[in-house]
Design a protein around this ligand. Structure first.
Ligand code: BES
Ligand code: ZN
Ligand code: ZN
Length: 467
């Protein structure tokens, strides 16, 4: 997508997003309600009007969604290019203008690689704005492109996006942007004692990988943020095989890893003045000749032994080893992990909000704020001692599923398991099982299928560390 800035609209299709105050007066049979869209033709011009509702209630989230719908309408009308115009008055104009650009870029996405005859797609968007700078537009474009990149990774076939693919892709990104990359292969994982990742990956023809991307944008300063992504490239459930109805979408179980890669890419492109290490724990949870068994006990890298009560609770296993190894190697000041960890988070929050779990109120608060800013919303859950106690095993140090009644607090106990491996490092876990993949229809800037959830959130958080 080509994105440019202009003082006047030069294309023949105009997307005009506007509040009720402006809309009702100006356009016949259009009242600018939220979600309302109207197309009007005038000489050679096509105008797509997108409503924002009342000016007093207009938020960046509403603007983002409206701009996305406008763009989708333009694509539906088979336009190749369009100009985007905003007419806000009053409210925090800067945030709303930015949200309009984000909505347009995110809303223009489609995954058409496997369509023999893809439907017509937009090629260029021009933003008509007098206040936005080229730099600002470039920043928003870089961030949104990273989100689209993560969507592409998640939508792609599981037979393409293997742990080996992650290792190669991370190396490619590192080379391009001057980051340092480290890849541990299955032999190194076994040799160094990362037996949990090893166990999860051993049933597959494509072996597991633990990958680190190091970005040093503030070499003189100490603080280092670790971003850790669950990269289960396909979650069959293993011996605890997932049934039909639950297995079909499990190529999305690497969405946390995709978000981390996407964020790292953008952080490096934007040359943010921060230090970040991105970590991808990649494995295919297969059912096969060498697959690990329920009832097996493994020693983790950290030292604690784990009884495998379900081979389908594999995400916490790879994260546990990834986080413990990351702490030892990099001594990060804080750790944020992203994982499609539990179905339970869908029960609690649906596909609208991700679960937030943390041992640090300041970190949790900062991430919550980033969620509100970006529209990638988070809601915090408690990690009381009783939940942690429910992860104690009679045979080993820990169990990988809780002793609570089946289905009880599964998102919290999953987080409580990970907490056993973070020590005293400030840590936040984002359960994105519900938000990473949209099985319904498109909702504004959120498309059907992979959403890219977490990329913009992580970049917003890391950017906030610059100040
Ligand atoms: N990858 C799944 C979680 C998931 C479910 C992601 C639905 C996206 C949509 C995870 O590995 C899993 O299987 N979790 C189990 C844990 C249970 C065995 C304790 C779950 O949530 O049922
Ligand atoms: Zn699973
Ligand atoms: Zn999983």
């Amino acid at each position: 997508m080509q994105v440019t800035l202009s003082r006047k609209p030069t294309f023949q299709t105009h997307i005009v997003i506007l509040t009720k105050e402006v809309g009702t007066k100006a356009i016949a049979d259009f009242t600018a309600e939220i979600n309302e869209i109207a197309v009007r033709y005038e000489n050679k011009l096509t105008r797509i009007y997108c409503g924002l509702g009342d000016t007093s209630h207009c938020t960046p989230a509403i603007v983002r969604a409206a701009a996305a719908r406008g763009i989708q309408k333009a694509a539906e009308l088979k336009r190749k290019n369009c100009s985007l115009l905003t007419t806000f008055s009053g409210q925090p104009q800067r945030d709303n203008t930015r949200a309009a650009v984000e909505g347009a870029l995110l809303g223009s996405y489609r995954f058409s690689k496997y369509k023999s005859q893809p439907s017509s797609a937009l090629e260029a968007i021009e933003f008509v704005d007098r206040k936005m700078s080229k730099d600002e537009l470039h920043t928003i474009d870089t961030i949104c492109s990273a989100a689209l990149y993560a969507r592409d990774c998640v939508n792609e076939n599981a037979s393409v996006i293997t742990p080996l693919w992650f290792a190669q892709e991370a190396s490619r990104i590192a080379k391009k942007s001057g980051m340092r990359v480290t890849v541990l292969d299955e032999k190194q994982l076994a040799g160094k004692g990362l037996h949990l990742i090893e166990a999860v990956g051993q049933g597959s023809a494509t072996p597991p990988r633990l990958i680190f991307l190091e970005y040093r944008g503030a070499p003189a300063s100490k603080p280092l943020t670790a971003l850790v992504g669950k990269g289960i490239t396909f979650d069959s459930g293993g011996q605890n095989l997932k049934p039909t109805g639950h297995i079909e979408t499990m190529r999305m179980d690497m969405a946390g890893a995709a978000a981390v890669l996407g964020a790292m890419k953008a952080i490096a492109q934007l040359k943010l003045k921060v230090n970040v290490v991105g970590c991808v724990a990649a494995a295919h949870n297969a059912i096969g000749r060498n697959a690990y068994f329920p009832g097996d006990i493994y020693r983790s890298y950290e030292g604690k032994t784990v009884e495998i009560c379900s081979t389908d609770a594999e995400g916490r296993l790879v994260l546990a080893d990834a986080i413990a190894y990351c702490r030892k190697q990099f001594k990060p000041s804080r750790i944020i992990d992203l994982a499609t960890l539990t179905g339970g988070v869908l029960t609690a929050l649906g596909d609208l909000v991700a679960g937030l779990f943390s041992n640090d109120d300041a970190l949790a608060g900062a991430l919550f704020t980033c969620g509100e800013n970006t529209g990638e919303r988070l809601w915090r859950f408690p990690l009381y001692q009783e939940f942690r106690d429910s992860m104690k095993s009679d045979l080993a140090d820990l169990r990988n599923t809780s002793k609570l009644k089946k289905g009880y607090a599964s998102s919290i106990t999953g987080a409580a398991f990970i907490q056993e491996f973070v020590g005293v490092t400030p840590w936040a876990h984002l359960d994105i099982a519900g938000t990473a993949f949209n099985e319904g229809g498109a909702r504004g800037e959120i498309p059907q299928f992979a959403t890219g959830f977490g990329v913009r959130l992580l970049i917003d958080y890391v950017t906030s560390l610059e100040k």
